[in-house]
Design a binder for this molecule. Sequence first.
Ligand SMILES: *Cc1c(COP(=O)(O)O)cnc(C)c1O
Ligand SMILES: *[C@@H]1O[C@H](CO)[C@@H](O)[C@H](O)[C@H]1NC(C)=O
Ligand SMILES: *[C@@H]1O[C@H](CO)[C@@H](O)[C@H](O)[C@H]1NC(C)=O
Length: 378
Amino acid sequence: MMCPSNILPTTAFLLFPATMVTRTIDLRSDTVTKPTEAMRLAMAKAEVDDDVLIHDPTAKHLETEMARITGKEAALFVPSGTMGNLISVLVHCDIRGSEVILGNNSHIHVYENGGISTIGGVHPRPVKNNDDGTIDIDLLHAAIRNPNFEICYPKTRLICLENSHANSGGRCLSVEYTDQVGELAKEHGLKLHIDGARIFNASVALNVPVDRLVQAADSVSVCLSKGLGAPVGSVIVGTKSFIAKARILRKTLGGGMRQVGILCAAGLVALQENVEKLEIDHKNAKTLAEGLNKIKGLSVDIAYVETNIVYFNILKGSHMTALKLGKIMDEHGILLMVDSPSRVRIVIHHQVSASDVHYTLACIKQAMTGVAEENGSN
Ligand SMILES: *Cc1c(COP(=O)(O)O)cnc(C)c1O
Ligand SMILES: *[C@@H]1O[C@H](CO)[C@@H](O)[C@H](O)[C@H]1NC(C)=O
Ligand SMILES: *[C@@H]1O[C@H](CO)[C@@H](O)[C@H](O)[C@H]1NC(C)=O
C-alpha cells in the first residue's frame, strides 16, 4: 500500500506507519544526486570524439569553461576528485624525495588511500587542521624543511589546502587566508594546490568569485559530482604546462577516456544550472541546523554551518545513539550518515527541498522526544 501522493510528507508521517512511507530523502552526502532531465538530455545529444587524442569537443568546452571560471590557463576533466588530487600532487612533486604539507584532517590525507605516497612516492607532512579547516600559518612555516639539511630531509615542494573543508563541516577558507598561504608558498619556492571539491560552495557562501578565491593557487581540483550534481567527474585547473603533464599522468593512471563528452555534457549543465542553487542548499542547511538545535538531546554548532554540511551531536545522557537514530530515520526513508556513536552528518543538495528539511526535522524530533510536530509541514 502506498501513501497518497498528494499528502505532504510530514502529514504522511503522522498518519501512516513508517513502513508505508515510500519517499526517500537522501542526506548522506551531496554525491548522491541523480542527473536531472536537462543533464540526461545534454548527455544524449553531446557531440563527442576521442578525448585521449584531444578531439572531444564537449570535453574541450567544459575544460575551457572551468579554466575561465577559475581564472587559470587550462583545465582537464578527470574521473574523480581523488584522481584530480593525486595527479595534481604528483605533477607538483615529480622529483623523488618530495614532501607535501597538508592538513591532518584533509581529504587527501584521510580518505584517499594514501595514494600520494603509495602510488606517487610523495612524502606527506601532516600539520594540525583547526576546527575551521585552516592550518595556522606559523605551523605551515615551521613544517617547511630547511633546504640546508637535504642530506637528511625530504624536500618540501607543495602545500595543500581544502576549501570548503569537508571534515570541518564544510567551513570555508577566506580569500585573505588563502592569499597568506600563497605568499608563504611563494617566499619558499613552493606550489599551492587547493582541493576545491566544493569550491563553488565556498564561493557562494563567502560571496567571492571562484577565480579570486583560488588566485593564489597553482592548481585546483573541482568536483562536478558533489553539490553541482553531475553524475561523474572532476576538473583540475592550472597553467598550460601543468595541464600538459597532468594529461600524461591521467593516461598513466588509466583515467584517459575516449568519448568522454557524454560525461562532460552533464558537467556543463551542472555549471549552468546548479551553481545558483547552492545558496538555497546553504539556506536549507541552516534551517535544518537551527531546527535540530531546538530538539531536546541534540546540539549543533550553528556557527559551523557555513555551507551545505551539518554535523549534529547527540548529548550525553540521551537514550538515543547515532546508530539507533540512523536506523529509525531509515524506516522513514531518510538516509543519514552516522559519523560516530554520538555524531551524525547531514549534507544538503539540490534534490533536497525545504519541505524535505521540515519532514526530516519532524521525524528526528519524534524519534528523540516521542512527540510529533503539530504543524511541521509547509
Ligand atoms: C569528495 C571529495 C574528494 C574526492 O572526490 P571523489 O570524486 O569522491 O574521489 C576530494 N576532496 C574532498 C574535500 C571531497 O569532499
Ligand atoms: C590533528 O593533529 C592534532 C594535534 O596533534 C590532533 O589533536 C588531532 O586529533 C589530529 N586530527 C586528526 C584528524 O588526526
Ligand atoms: C554545495 O553546493 C551545492 C550546490 O548548491 C549544494 O547542493 C551542496 O549542498 C553544497 N555543499 C556544501 C558542502 O556546501
